[in-house]
Design a protein around this ligand. Structure first.
Ligand code: DAK
Length: 257
């Protein structure tokens, strides 16, 4: 499949999607978002892929939704665009998605990164929700995911007053998993993704789902569901293999079943 605004490739068991709209700082126009979702869907249904990395350029992961495309839209046209559904799809993917962020991750760009399961940030990464400066608010999860990630105090400053977080601040506030030199960002994310992709696929899938459920369900309901999922894994060959391999002091040979 050939795309106009993204590049895709496979590295071992990891799918790599690179946002590639350099003239506009990877601003997320309708087509780019459609292409991104299409590529993610394809990797999610590919049995040879165990995890996915999404990245941008050194200058910009993505500088937000395309303001030029959005400027004259009506309410109905914006509703038809539905970025929210698109970004939420990342959460419901079976496979873990890691964002490798360098440069600007602003507005919808920050929201895409936060929809991913983990973020590897370069020392140059800048996270912000500057929608207030163009007369709107974050509309694809920013007010909710950012607040859950960094807490109310920092989220208020970022969203009400355009405060941008440096990579180190993002690490300190728990928004990102790690900060690495810019030239190593994609490789570090790929390495992390490859490690996760080498683990028991069903357990990875269920673990991702349950961690994300921590934000959706009550603690009692989530603990019930966690226990059910845990029991269900005992119906998989990989549970038998994983425990047998431990006892036999060898590496497990996952079958993904
Ligand atoms: N949209 C369109 N074009 C953009 C852009 C953007 N978000 N960001 C950058 N560009 C373009 C610039 O217009 C410029 O194009 P030319 O003038 O050369 O044609 C080119 O990229 C290079 O940008 P600059 O010349 O501005 O570069 P600088 O290094 O000086 O500044 C910057 C980089 C990233 C700080 C600056 O470009 C900037 O502030 N960009 C805008 C950031 C922003 O406000 N982002 C939030 C956008 S609003 C939805 C839910 C959510 C959303 C949408 C819908 N639904 C539920 C439907 C999300 C909304 C947003 O994200």
């Amino acid at each position: 499949m050939s795309y106009e605004f993204i590049l895709t490739e496979t590295r071992g068991r990891v799918g790599l999607v690179t946002l590639n709209r350099p003239k506009a700082m990877n601003a997320l126009n309708h087509q780019l978002v459609r292409e991104l979702m299409d590529a993610l869907e394809a990797f999610d249904s590919d049995e040879d892929i165990g995890a996915v990395v999404v990245t941008g350029s050194e200058k910009a992961f993505a500088a937000g939704a395309d303001i030029k495309e959005m400027a004259d839209k009506t309410v109905q046209q914006m509703m038809d665009m539905d970025f929210v559904k698109a970004f939420s799809r990342i959460l419901s993917m079976h496979k873990p998605v890691i964002a490798a962020v360098s440069g600007y991750a602003l507005g919808g760009g920050c929201e895409v990164a936060m929809s991913c399961d983990m973020i590897v940030a370069s020392e140059t990464a800048k996270f912000g929700q500057p929608e207030i400066t163009i007369g709107v608010i974050p509309g694809a999860g920013g007010t909710q995911r950012l607040t859950r990630a960094v807490g109310k105090a920092v989220a208020m400053e970022m969203i009400l007053n355009d405060r941008t977080l440096s990579a180190q601040e993002a690490l300190q506030f728990g928004l990102v998993n790690r900060v690495v030199p810019v030239e190593r960002t994609v490789d570090e994310a790929l390495k992390l993704a490859e490690e996760i992709a080498s683990r028991a696929p069903a357990a990875v899938r269920v673990a991702k789902k349950m961690i994300n459920q921590a934000y959706e369900l009550s603690l009692t309901d989530a603990l019930d569901q966690e226990r059910r999922e845990f029991y269900d894994l005992f119906a998989t060959e990989d549970q038998k293999e994983g425990m047998k391999a431990f006892i036999e002091k060898r590496k497990p040979d996952w079958k993904g079943k």
